[in-house]
Write a protein that binds this ligand. Sequence first.
Ligand code: MF3
Ligand code: CO
Ligand code: CO
Length: 246
Amino acid sequence: MIVKTDKEREGMRAASRVVKAALDAAERFIKPGVTTLEIDAIVEETIRSFGATPSSKGFCGYPNASCISVNDVVIHGIPSLMTVKDGDIVSVDITVLLNGYQGDAARTFPVGSISAKDAALIAAAKDAFFAGMEYAKAGNRVGDISSAVQLYSELHGYGVVRAFTGHGIGHKMHEAPEVPNFGKHGTGSPLKAGLCIAVEPMITTGDWRVHIERDGWTVRTNDGSKAAHYENTVIITDGAPEILTL
Ligand code: MF3
Ligand code: CO
Ligand code: CO
C-alpha cells in the first residue's frame, strides 16, 4: 500500500520491528541439533510476546509461524522434526500482523561453521538486495530494482530464482505490485513516495530453476544447489528508501 499518514508509517514500522525481533531470536537459537520446529516455536513465541500474530499461519493452509528452508530449499520450507547440522544454511522467513499492518523479512543463517562458498552466497543475497535499493526511489520503476538485483547476482555467478517475487505489502501480506528479482531497467510500475514493498532476492550457487515438492509448499532447486534468501520491508521515498526490518 501507499503509506501516506504518520499513523500508517508507524503501523508498518511497528509490525516490522516484531519481524526483526523474531528473526534475531531465531538467529540466537539456531545451532547444530535443533529441529526446524523448535526454531519455529521460538519465532511464534517472540511474535506473540509483542501481541502480534504470525501471518503465515493459516495463510492458504500454511501450517506454521515461519518458513524454514534448509540448504537447497529456497523458500516455504515447512518446519518439521528435521534437525539442522553443522555446515547447513537455514533461511528463516517471517511475516507478522500487528494492529492491521504486515511486516515481512527473511534471512539465511549459518549453522555452526559453513563453507566459504556458502558464506559468500549468503553475503551475495544481502548485497543483491542493497544493489536493488540503489534504485528504490520515487520516480524510478519496479524494473529498475529488479534489474539491479539480477545484474548483481548474475555478475557474481549466482542463479536468480524467477518463479517467486517480492511484492507490495500493507494491510495484506501480498499486494500489488509484484517485485521480481529479474527484469529490465525502465520497465514496470512507477515507484511512488510512500509505496511499501517487500524486496527479496532468492539466489542459488547453481541454476535458477526450482520445483515445488509434493507437500505443495517446499521450493527446492532442481540441481540441488544451495540457496539464500534476504528480504526486507521497505518504504519508497523521494530520497533513500526507509528499510523497516533491519
Ligand atoms: N513470507 C513470504 C513472502 O516473503 C510468504 C510466506 S507465505 C506462507 O512473501 F504461507 F508460506 F507462509
Ligand atoms: Co517473507
Ligand atoms: Co515477502
